[in-house]
Design a protein around this ligand. Structure first.
Ligand SMILES: Cc1cc2nc3c(=O)[nH]c(=O)nc-3n(C[C@H](O)[C@H](O)[C@H](O)COP(=O)(O)OP(=O)(O)OC[C@H]3O[C@@H](n4cnc5c(N)ncnc54)[C@H](O)[C@@H]3O)c2cc1C
Length: 397
């Protein structure tokens, strides 16, 4: 078995794109990453629960888990209005942040073949190659395109006409430095994953590493609001310039009216949750949306991560799924003689995993967003990727 000699382009230089590119490059494949952002990314420091698939490549490279994550010992389930406890279960999850994972992957890949300000706007393929067109007028060509361009994938839309479907709710997100809340509030959320349950939505909170992994840990929270599609959603997602944004409104462009609404709703919450909402310096809002595809392999174009199946975040494994797509695809290219057959098997397994995960997070959302019972420790709602029947293409993961 020898790695492919064909050139591979990766569009989207986030978690899945970088994981695929690193593994391919390590195996001696010519690979370039094209990222639309003008500079290396920042995920606004928000939190991610560590899953094995998310950090596997980094650990193999000698990155210490302690250097990119913080530990915890329980999951807490409380009424977010009164503070009444519904239960607590022991749980040893570790928490990281988008910045920690992305930063470690980017540092390993380096800037040389990571091309920023390359926003893909068009593509064509023939039997040998894929031609890419970028918004700055430049073009590139490769034998294969790995589309890792996220939930609003341009590649998926161009090939299949599929766009993410709004799930009926948004998430407000925020991060607090240790000094921004009292010691009591810090201790209330530290060393645990906390669900704050409501009849019409829910909050989650957990500690994450400091920026650059060097400072004290921070507190990360999300507050999921049900918002009907139409005027209400349009108003929330319209920024201070009057532009209706499709995915996120970041703090510096939030309409002050929406920020006031966020704070005034926060006043009703049990004190520790209220403090998170009122004291977060840069909260921002993101729509929650899903998408899936029937095929990940489209000739010489391969969809991975959120560009293939975009899941809601409730089982904390979207990034893990994205990395697993990337890793297993890289192995198809580097360790298989019969590429076409292996690609088909890869697609079958990864789609099975992605769609099973999507169904799981939808079931979780139907309880979490609508006051359904969300029993502490219910294994149906456990974090992580579901097991799949299909064997892995190369190794038993
Ligand atoms: C609120 C929230 C909480 C989450 N929590 C967790 C968690 O706890 N655990 C977990 O595992 N996952 C979590 N996830 C999911 C995780 O963040 C995503 O699944 C993961 O980032 C997907 O990685 P990706 O590389 O496929 O896509 P993305 O991270 O979305 O990256 C897509 C990349 O493509 C680039 N791009 C887009 N369009 C173009 C274009 N036209 N040309 C060039 N580049 C382009 C973008 O700039 C971006 O860099 C969460 C997601 C959300 C929204």
């Amino acid at each position: 078995m020898s790695p492919t000699t064909e050139r591979i382009a990766v569009v989207g230089g986030s978690i899945s794109g970088l994981t695929a590119a690193l593994m391919l490059r390590d195996a001696g494949v010519e690979v370039d990453v094209y990222e639309r952002s003008p500079q290396p990314l920042s995920g606004f420091g928000t939190g991610i629960v560590v899953q094995p698939e998310l950090v596997r490549y980094l650990l193999e490279q000698g990155v210490e888990l302690d250097s990119i994550s913080v530990p915890s010992s329980s999951m807490e389930y409380v009424d977010a209005l009164t503070g009444e406890s519904f239960g607590s279960v022991p749980a040893d999850w570790r928490f990281t942040s988008y910045d920690s994972i992305y930063g470690a992957l980017y540092e390993l890949f380096g800037p040389e073949r990571y091309h920023t300000s390359k926003c893909l706007v068009g593509l064509n393929q023939d039997s040998d190659a894929v031609q890419l067109r970028f918004s700055d007028g430049t073009q590139a060509e490769a034998n294969w395109l790995i589309a890792a361009d996220g939930g609003a994938s341009v590649v998926r839309k161009r090939l299949l006409g599929i766009e993410p479907k709004y799930a009926g709710y948004v998430t407000w997100r925020g991060v607090l430095q240790p000094g921004e809340v009292s010691d009591d509030v810090w201790n209330y959320f530290n060393d645990k994953f906390t669900y704050g349950l409501l009849n019409d939505g829910h909050l989650i909170a957990y500690p994450i590493p400091g920026r650059e992994n060097s400072e004290s840990p921070r507190l990360n929270f999300q507050w999921y609001w049900n918002v009907p599609e139409g005027a209400d959603l349009d108003e929330l997602m319209t920024d201070v310039r009057g532009i209706r944004l499709p995915t996120s409104v970041h703090n510096n462009s939030l309409n002050p009216h929406n920020l006031r609404q966020f704070h005034s709703k926060g006043e009703r919450l049990f004190a520790p949750f209220r403090d998170l909402v009122l004291k977060a310096s840069s909260p921002f809002v993101t729509v929650v949306a899903d998408a899936t595809v029937e095929r990940m392999v489209h000739g010489r174009v391969l969809l991975i991560g959120d560009a293939a199946v975009t899941p809601r975040p409730h089982a904390a494994a979207g990034g893990a799924k994205a990395c697993d797509d990337a890793r297993t695809l890289a192995e198809v290219f580097t360790e298989n003689d019969n590429l076409q057959e292996s690609l088909q098997r890869w697609e079958t397994r990864q789609l099975q995993q992605g769609n099973a995960y999507l169904q799981k997070v939808k079931r979780m959302a139907s309880r979490l967003q609508h006051g359904g019972s969300f029993e502490p420790g219910n294994p149906d709602f456990a974090f992580g990727l579901p097991a799949v029947d299909e064997p892995s293409v190369v190794k038993n993961f």
